[in-house]
Design a protein around this ligand. Structure first.
Ligand code: ANZ
Length: 831
């Protein structure tokens, strides 16, 4: 027989699997329990890379595992194929984004086939197919109908390089675009939004259900992103203005200490307040506004920067004490948080104090804050340190003497009684900006009338197909290229003869990926987005796997859309992803791999050189899946050697082993124990994502099996066959080709992937050896190490033979022996 040859094995099994299609799940009429295992679908930006190799390896381990446990497993694959990179690449190379995209998809598909994740290939979807994005449009119209999709003019994040609007989530902490790296600026545009803020509470509260099933880090990132703040809304009268101005505060208890008001320069309110001011004030304000617009949100919130601002020459009235307080504009107040205006309490808020000291505004202490020794903290006006801690209220009328929580409750009560405020909650979360001024996306199915009227496209005529890119200038310019596709954009109503214009914008691709997991249940259904019955029987996703880069955006949007579809009556469940595994990154020499750094490990060449199995085993063995893997530290050759060793065990059994179906009971007990311990431990290891530990256990098992072959009756021992079968089944999670070949050598039909794992025999799991105590007349005289299965007679004999016991008995006569195997032997004597 030849040795282990990964290439020959791949060539042998790939066609068999393609023929068998073992991972296609049927119409759902099986009575077996179901698991839905999903890997975040790839973006077709080229061939697959090592990051894909890792992510899809882990997702596949889980999918294959559940099949081995007797589940029907749905494990589909699709492509997230709309989006900017396709368009940018197309612009650069002058090719059609469609062609570029589908060529990449074809390449990735070909690589996947060899890499062999256990996908159900009958359900493939591409979000850029009209058959898919038609349902994005359907979803949009459902949201529009419910008032959850709306248009508004607002300041948006503008990427001056890509010339497109970005969601807040796409602006990095340093104020640059996640896509182009350009410094993001603000621009006022009319855009489409999804009203995700209506769902803020549910999106936050339901995270508690995912505790222990999602990484804690991701749960916290979601919580911070939603950023719920509880407090009050307080209405301030502004002299010379009819409507009162609301502010949001988390500290209504400090209202008596509010000595001025600050408005965001870029809030509409600021412009309105200076409209009738002197030319000098207006000019100063205008200059300040322009300066503000150059700052990023991060810079504006920085506590390091010296405070700046302009007095608006207006006064507000503090509703609790009637005091007249000046109104300023400053960039540390953000236009789109709370109400874009604040009551400033300099004694107890550091930003306000810095501002008050800079512009010489009054500071009034209203909370008596003390240090640990009970000493009063220094006056903030002098120390420059605001006292934000807890204390007892002072200078605050009816609040005096109260502690923080009581004072907050009382303040809200007073405000409510006077009709000048109420309890309120604010969120950091903003509505989801979904329109993009780019070509390669889902057209927004809205028509605009000459008079500005909007009208949804009739769902019966969906999809609104993207026009061909030919003849369109795809270069970013701030308005969608689709606007120039005149023929496409112009729609004449056949009944009225009126002319309507199509909305030229396309949807954020996060819309596409927010519900794709539902489409896999009905991937080819031309009549509906998804079949609610199928979705409810398979969903929610039992196991989701993918990169931590999606910890906020994609997961939040999917959770939101799931809740919307639940509310619309389509889904029984409200959370899409029951469990989440985030894999680490594949690095090289401690750094992220990239072409420009020259440290790129090409997936295709690794696959070519080592084969799918060795790559997958290497990725699984490298460490806990959540950790980063440094490709410089791993040994693919080591994995290949292990696979060869495992394969040779089956090869030996094929030649000289016990025949298929031999009862293993007569086999070597030590080897059987090892096998059954492995079978017993494997499920827990997979479910705890300890894939590396399980691979190590497989290595151990192969070693003890080899030793048993060398030392004992060769491969003929039925315990060797039993071990080889267990190894093949468990190894199939990591090395499907080698495992299949072993399975065939062991006399089984393909495929090992559908073989149900045997349960461990509890009798073989008990400890091999135990410590038995021997007492003489109630005193412990010896401790003996004996097999756990020792017989009563053998136990008694061993006890009597013990030197310590014999010494204790001496010349006395034994009158009684009580044997309780395997724990104790108790001997009674008399003189
Ligand atoms: C008075 C006050 C007194 C405040 C005090 C804090 C401490 P979080 O917790 O982040 O929600 N604020 C409100 N709207 C703002 C805006 N648009 N831009 C900048 N700051 C704004 O913060 C809420 C607090 O941030 C609010 O409570 C308000 O200042 C400020 F001792 O009101 B506070």
């Amino acid at each position: 027989a030849e040795g282990y040859d990964f290439q020959a094995i791949q060539d042998r099994w790939l066609p068999v699997w393609e023929d068998l299609k073992p991972f296609e799940v049927g119409a759902g009429d099986s009575t077996r329990p179901k698991k839905y295992v999903l890997d975040m679908f790839p973006y077709p930006s080229g061939d697959l890379h090592m990051g894909h190799a890792e992510a899809f390896c882990f997702g596949d381990v889980l999918a294959r595992y559940w099949r081995g446990q007797g589940y029907d497993v749905l494990h589909p694959i699709g492509w997230d194929s709309f989006g900017l990179p396709a368009e940018n690449a197309a612009i650069k190379r002058g090719v059609d984004p469609r062609e570029w995209t589908y060529a990449n998809i074809a390449q990735q598909k070909a690589s996947f086939r060899v890499y062999a994740p256990s996908f159900d290939w009958s359900r493939v979807l591409h979000t850029s197919d009209p058959e898919y994005y038609r349902w994005n449009q359907w979803l949009f119209l459902k949201m529009y109908e419910k008032g959850l999709a709306y248009r508004k003019a607002s300041w948006v994040n503008w990427d001056p390089v890509d010339q497109t609007v970005l969601a807040n989530e796409q602006v990095l902490a340093d104020g640059t675009s996640e896509r182009s790296g350009a410094m993001v600026v603000k621009k006022k545009l009319t855009q489409w939004y999804f009203r995700i803020t209506d769902y803020a509470d549910r999106l936050l509260d339901d995270l508690d259900q995912l505790e222990g099933k999602w990484p804690t880090k991701v749960l916290n990132m979601q919580r911070n992103w939603i950023g719920r703040s509880r407090g009050a809304e307080v209405e301030f009268e502004i002299e010379g203005r009819d409507a009162k101005v609301p502010v949001f505060t988390t500290r209504p208890d400090t209202l008596h200490g509010a000595t001025f008001m600050v408005v965001a320069p870029d809030a509409d309110l600021a412009a309105e307040l200076v409209a009738d001011a002197s030319p000098e004030v207006r000019m100063r304000f205008q200059a300040y506004l322009e300066q503000t617009q150059k700052q990023t949100e991060i810079e504006r919130q920085s506590t390091e920067r010296e405070k700046t601002g302009v007095f608006l020459d207006r006064f507000a009235v503090n509703p609790v004490n009637g005091e007249r307080i000046p109104v300023w504009a400053s960039d540390y107040v953000l236009a789109d948080y709370g109400h874009g205006a604040i009551m400033a309490v300099p004694a107890h808020d550091q930003r306000d104090l810095d501002f008050a000291r800079k512009f010489e505004l009054p500071v009034r202490v209203v909370v008596d804050v003390r240090d640990a020794d009970g000493a009063q903290l220094p006056d903030p006006a002098e120390s420059g340190l605001a006292t934000s801690g807890e204390g007892v209220m002072v200078n605050s009328g009816e609040l005096d003497g109260l502690g923080k929580l009581d004072a907050i409750a009382k303040a809200i009560e007073v405000l409510e009684a006077r009709g000048t405020g109420r309890a309120a909650t604010t969120y950091r979360l903003r509505d989801w900006l979904i329109s993009r001024q780019r070509y390669w996306g889902t057209p927004i199915p809205i028509l605009h009338g000459a008079d500005g009227e909007m009208r949804p496209v009739d769902t019966a005529v969906l999809p609104v197909e993207l026009p061909a890119s030919e003849g369109l200038d795809l270069k970013p310019k701030g308005s969608s290229p689709l606007g120039a596709a005149t023929e496409w954009a112009t729609v004449v109503d056949p009944e009225t003869g009126e002319t309507w214009t199509r909305d030229p914008d396309t949807m954020d691709t996060f819309v596409d990926s927010s519900w794709y997991y539902l489409r896999f249940l009905s991937a080819t259904d031309p009549t509906q987005a998804f079949d609610p019955e199928l979705v409810n029987s398979w969903g929610p996703i039992d196991q989701y796997a993918g990169g931590v880069e999606h910890a906020i955006l994609h997961l939040l949007y999917s959770r939101f859309i799931t809740k919307v579809l639940h509310d619309l009556g389509y889904l029984d469940f409200e959370e899409p992803f029951t469990a989440l595994l985030n894999q680490g990154m594949v690095l090289q020499d401690g750094a992220k791999m990239s072409k420009s750094k020259g440290n790129l490990v090409e997936f295709a060449s690794e696959l070519q050189a080592h084969g799918a199995d060795a790559l997958r085993v290497t990725l699984a063995f490298a460490g806990p899946p959540e950790d980063d893997i440094d490709w410089a530290d791993v040994s693919v050759q080591g994995s290949a050697k292990f696979l060869a060793r495992a394969w040779r065990v089956a090869d030996d059994v094929e030649r000289d082993g016990a025949p298929l179906g031999t009862d293993p009971a007569s086999g070597d007990t030590a080897l059987r124990r090892a096998t059954h311990h492995l079978l017993a431990d494997a499920p827990g290891l997979v479910e705890a994502y300890k894939f590396n530990v399980l691979v190590a256990r497989l290595m151990e098992q192969v070693n003890v099996t080899r030793k048993a072959i060398d030392a004992g009756a060769g491969a003929a021992d039925p315990a060797v066959r039993e071990s080889a079968e267990a190894v093949a089944m468990i190894l199939s999670l990591f090395a499907p080709y080698a495992a299949e070949d072993m399975w065939a050598k062991l006399g089984h039909e393909p495929t090992v992937a559908l073989a149900e794992w045997p349960k461990a025999d509890p009798a073989l799991l008990v400890e091999d050896e135990v410590t038995m105590v021997v007492q003489v007349d109630g005193k412990v005289r010896d401790r003996l190490t004996l097999p756990a299965t020792v017989s009563e007679a053998d136990a008694e004999a061993a006890a009597r033979a013990s030197a310590g016991v014999q010494r204790a008995i001496g010349d006395r006569t034994i009158v009684n022996v009580i044997v309780r195997v395997p724990k104790i032997v108790s001997i009674a004597t008399k003189p």
